[in-house]
Design a protein around this ligand. Structure first.
Ligand code: GLA
Ligand code: GLA
Length: 681
């Protein structure tokens, strides 16, 4: 648990009396001469750093050859950190195999779908399913755990690093063998697999398990269920690696919590983190801002989803950046205030740790232009001063540590299976972007000042009065039942085009769309109406739709039409519907309205649930509000999303960060964050 970790952070000579938020970075001392280490720990203390992640890419240094080990330098690092009151999140060091290993065993290198080897030269060039890699990696894990069990600096284990960042899809022969074993477990018999994969199509019927391959480069669209199962398998294969390392750590150091850093951030889709969360003792995440018009919303969305994956419990921000990264086409420096605001937005969504990649900016290597806590310019820099100020802020926020997120009335369902399935090839449109769809609903809610929780499938739906499930494409019978029960028992479900269309095998629910949700929604669609890029249609409520339309027939006398198409081939037909059912309702939005259109529609969708903004009207959209609650109280976070000063009136409580004026207003400067402990009443 993260509470174990936070309490372990008190063990150093600087141990604080109460749990506090963790603050730190990846620390790579092996890149620097010994004398720099002394300056490092001095500056860490100055900045208020209390945890660092060590040895993430240290395999080649720790084990320079198959039977040679060099722990002396790491012993010294661990001791030095401990002497300075800094805890260590110690990596198992297996993230990137050393040259001696890939030279001796090139069969551990991943293979692309075209059969090309992925060569060493960067990092993470290993097959998740390679027995040879696994053996060497676990030997290293055992050596690390044996060496550092009982070391007083050790507060947590960090398995590998960003599992699947570069190697999630491997099409090698090892992968083929492991895929077959995985398929046997999932489908049991070859007949069941042939049915699930629809192999009656295109003469694909298998008569022996050994005929089955990963979806390698093929003449046309590979079998869609084969593709979907391969995505599931690939996520599971990495999860298996996580488990294998974790089992050794639990055996040798049962009291030390184990985590690995997830990548809930734009562009990462391959790992089903909702499914991985139960494998770690606390959820840790890495997040990097990708600049763009919705970057602020996206950061909040990812932090929010991480909290959802963690079941609302506190989580650990393992990496983000103090300023620019090095891997975007143009790498923008953060503006004044953004370092703190980005960090505190994560805390607002339940992070109990704020860590960065990395402590000291590298002088050499592929990431030398990636920002760090100590930049190339050194400690005499605005960046290091901002880092130190953030350290002070996090100390002031100590009472927040350990608190959970308070559930919001609105939930947005985020489902990896639907993400994977809805974006496969040979579909009605290739323009659909599942993540963007979910983010647009979230942005619309933010713009209205309405709190929402982003939650994975499997979370307790009944916590939310309104549940928005954008493009819930893959709906097994059980999920359809859950959603029906949710609505009948008083929940208000909102879903969209291309939802309810297929089952868990990617087989279409027959009889008309939206298949599994047709009865619940009280509508029927006979044919999809995707729109060419740039084409739009007008609705009679003055909103504009794009991407998709549906020719909807209402099939239930209760089905209400909230908006109709005004233009396009479906002019006059329903565009947005709602069917009351039991104590709740089920609504359907058949076209992509964009953030502004959704913001205009949402009040009508929320109205039956009685949900409205908790924020004063003048700051809605300008300020994001979240609430955490725990034994130390309820905490309101107010994040100024804008570059202008904003005043939030009518606030009561004790300011942990910021000030409440005599007029009862919290004045937020550009990009400022305030945190208030709310009165207990
Ligand atoms: C990832 C990795 C780090 C570093 C950063 C750079 O998050 O885990 O090692 O490469 O990206 O942004
Ligand atoms: C070709 C093929 C058919 C079918 C269609 C799809 O005509 O012969 O089997 O795949 O393309 O448009």
């Amino acid at each position: 648990m993260i509470s174990t970790l936070l309490s372990r952070l008190q063990r150093g000579p600087d141990g604080a009396p109460a749990p506090r938020l963790a603050f730190g970075a990846d620390y790579n001392p092996e890149q620097w001469p010994r004398e720099v280490w002394e300056e490092d720990v001095r500056l860490m203390r100055e900045a208020g750093v209390n945890i660092v992640s060590v040895a993430i890419f240290s395999w080649a240094r720790i084990q320079p050859g198959p039977d040679t080990w060099d722990f002396a330098w790491l012993d010294e690092v661990m001791d030095l950190l401990h002497e300075n009151g800094i805890g260590v999140d110690l990596a198992t060091a297996t993230a990137s195999p050393p040259p001696w290993l890939t030279t001796a065993h090139p069969e551990i290198l991943p293979v692309t779908d075209r059969g090309e080897a992925v060569w060493p030269g960067a990092r993470q060039h290993w097959r998740p399913t390679s027995p040879v890699f696994r053996e060497h990696a676990l030997r290293l894990v055992r050596a690390m755990a044996t060496r550092y069990a009982g070391h007083p600096a050790l507060v947590a284990w960090h398995v590998s690093n960003e599992l699947g960042c570069h190697n999630v899809y491997d099409y090698s022969d090892d992968a083929a063998r492991a895929f077959r074993a995985w398929l046997r477990t999932r489908h049991t018999t070859l007949d069941a697999l042939n049915h699930a994969w629809g192999t009656a199509f295109w003469s694909q019927r298998y008569s022996d398990w050994d005929q089955i391959l990963p979806p390698r480069l093929a003449a046309s669209h590979p079998n869609p269920t084969q593709q979907l199962d391969f995505k599931r398998f690939s996520s599971d294969a990495l999860k298996e690696h996580l488990r294998a390392e974790r089992e050794i750590l639990r055996e040798l150091t049962p009291d030390v919590p184990v985590t690995t850093n997830f990548m809930v951030m734009p562009g990462t889709k391959g790992m089903n983190y909702a499914d991985w969360a139960a494998e770690v003792d606390f959820v840790a995440n890495d997040h990097y801002v990708v600049p763009g018009p919705r970057e602020r919303d996206e950061l909040s969305f990812s932090a929010n989803l991480t909290s959802g994956i963690a079941g609302g419990r506190p989580w650990f921000l393992m990496e983000h950046s103090t300023s620019a990264v090095n891997w975007q086409p143009v790498n923008l420096a953060k503006r004044p205030g953004e370092l703190a605001r980005d960090s505190l937005t994560h805390v607002a969504h339940g992070a109990d740790a704020v860590c960065f990649f990395q402590w000291r900016q590298s002088a050499a290597g592929a990431e030398k232009y990636h920002s760090a806590m100590v930049p190339h310019a050194g400690a005499d820099s605005d960046l290091f001063r901002a880092v130190t100020a953030l350290g002070d802020t996090l100390k002031a926020l100590a009472p927040v540590a350990g608190s959970e997120r308070e559930p919001a009335e609105v939930g947005i369902l985020f489902d990896w299976e639907s993400w994977w399935a809805s974006e496969q090839d040979s579909h009605p449109t290739s323009l659909l972007d599942y993540h963007r769809e979910a983010l647009e609903w979230y942005s619309a809610l933010l713009s209205l000042g309405i709190r929402a929780d982003v939650v994975p499938t499997g979370a307790d739906l009944s916590r939310h009065q309104v549940l928005i499930a954008p493009v819930l494409h893959l709906v097994p019978a059980e999920l359809a039942k859950d959603l029906t029960r949710y609505a009948e028992q008083g929940g208000h479900l909102v879903t969209t085009y291309f939802s309810g269309v297929v089952d868990e095998h990617d087989h279409v629910w027959l009889g008309g769309y939206p298949g599994a949700l047709r009865e619940l929604l009280g509508i029927r669609v006979e044919e999809f109406g995707p729109l060419p890029a740039g084409r739009t249609v007008e609705l009679d409520d003055a909103t504009t739709g794009g991407l998709w339309t549906d020719r909807i027939t209402a099939t239930s006398p209760e089905t209400e039409v909230l908006a109709r198409y005004r233009t396009g081939v479906h002019a006059g037909r329903p565009a947005v519907t709602r069917r009351p059912t039991g104590a709740g309702s089920a609504a359907y939005v058949s076209t992509r309205l964009g953030v502004d259109g959704l913001a205009s529609l949402l009040p009508r969708l929320l109205e039956p649930a009685g949900v409205s903004s908790e924020l004063p009207a003048e700051v809605r959209g300008l300020v994001e509000a979240t609430v955490r609650r725990g034994p130390e109280g309820r905490f309101l976070f107010l994040v100024n999303r804008t570059d202008d000063a904003v005043s939030v009136p009518g606030v009561t409580g004790e300011a942990l960060l910021g000030t409440i004026g005599a007029d009862g207003a919290v004045a937020l400067g550009p990009r400022d964050v305030a945190v208030l402990r709310l009165p207990s009443s």
